[in-house]
Ligand binder design. Structure first.
Ligand code: DGY
Length: 321
């Protein structure tokens, strides 16, 4: 019997490909940039499975172009780029990579927070630019982190891992989610559930970890920035469109808030006009899960999910529906 045929839409860790090749016939778009939409539609036409990325839209058009498709595995925990109901209606299984990137994403959230609060990137530019003339009591003053209040929006795996780290900085932790965490989790993380407006008013650092859906698009907008402390920072390592990026640029430029640490963008890979010139923003190119160890784990998990769906015909433990 011939093996199922799959398309891998981007360069991925070798471990991911090696595993796939043991079970399926692989066509690989082995590039550092997203597969062009037209080519994706054309190449998917005779495939049984897709190993895709968050830059590939898996929607009704793609499903119509790929009549043989049985399984889609996304190399990401987020699956807002996949129309899951449409896949379900067509009997196409969808899997993702939850869990393996929780810690690295939480670590990076803190890297953004600390870099923004303590002006690490500006300091680096200062040194490299030959501007350092010796110790100065008023040079590049940032904001304290220890003892401050962290507000976590979205209290799932990653939000909780971020909250856990706040204990090391003796911080007060507030959180908001559509669902309240169990009292055990709240007690273990010393986290207090509050309405969103209270979190925005009280927090020194607001960190976003919710999923992107119709209810969270532009959750952080002019109104939200208006509620935040002038001394507060916004950190977003979740999804760009949760933040109204033009409103954020206004808030940063007018110093309505003190700063931001961003890993994701509303029109990724583009940035809103003016964002690049905001010195009070630390900007990273979607790196939160980007450690060698984590990306290998994500790749293997994404491969396993696809193999489960196509070859083993088991219900993958990572299936999103
Ligand atoms: C995801 O997995 O959804 C991230 O955005 C990339 O690690």
């Amino acid at each position: 019997m011939s093996k199922p045929r799959i398309l891998v839409t981007r360069r991925v860790p070798r471990e991911c490909l090696d595993l796939l090749k043991q079970h399926v016939d692989v066509e690989h778009y082995d590039k550092a940039t997203a597969i062009p939409r037209g080519l994706l539609l054309k190449t998917a036409a005779d495939k049984d499975g897709l190993l895709c990325l968050l830059t590939d839209k898996i929607d009704a058009e793609l499903l119509a172009a790929a009549p043989r498709l049985q399984a889609v595995s996304t190399f990401s925990v987020g699956y807002d780029h996949v129309d899951v109901p449409a896949c379900k209606a067509r009997g196409v299984a969808v899997t993702n990579t939850p869990g393996v990137l929780t810690e690295s994403t939480a670590d990076f959230t803190w890297a953004l927070l600390m870099s923004a609060a303590r002006r690490v990137v500006e300091g680096d530019a200062h040194m490299r630019g030959g501007k350092y003339k010796g110790w100065d009591p008023l040079l590049l003053l940032g904001s304290d982190v220890s003892g401050k209040t962290l507000g976590v929006i979205g209290f799932g795996r990653i939000g909780q891992a971020v909250a856990k780290r706040a204990g090391g900085f003796s911080m007060r932790v507030l959180y908001h989610d559509t669902k309240r965490a169990s009292s055990d989790v709240e007690a273990a993380l010393n986290a207090v559930f509050v309405p969103l407006h209270e979190l925005l008013r009280e927090s020194d650092y607001v960190s976003v970890h919710t999923v992107l859906d119709a209810g969270t698009r532009h959750l952080l907008d002019d109104r939200a920035f208006g509620l935040m402390k002038k001394s507060a920072y916004l950190i977003n390592a979740a999804r760009g469109p949760i933040v109204d990026e033009k409103a954020l640029v206004r808030a940063l430029k007018s110093e309505r808030i003190r700063g931001a640490g961003l890993d994701v963008y509303e029109w990724e890979p583009k940035m809103a006009p003016g964002l690049a010139s905001c010195k009070n923003a630390v900007l990273a190119p979607h790196l939160a899960s980007a450690t060698l160890e984590t990306r290998v784990k994500m790749g293997v998990m994404a491969a396993e999910g696809l193999i489960d769906g196509l070859v083993r015909k088991t219900r993958s433990p990572y299936r999103v529906d």
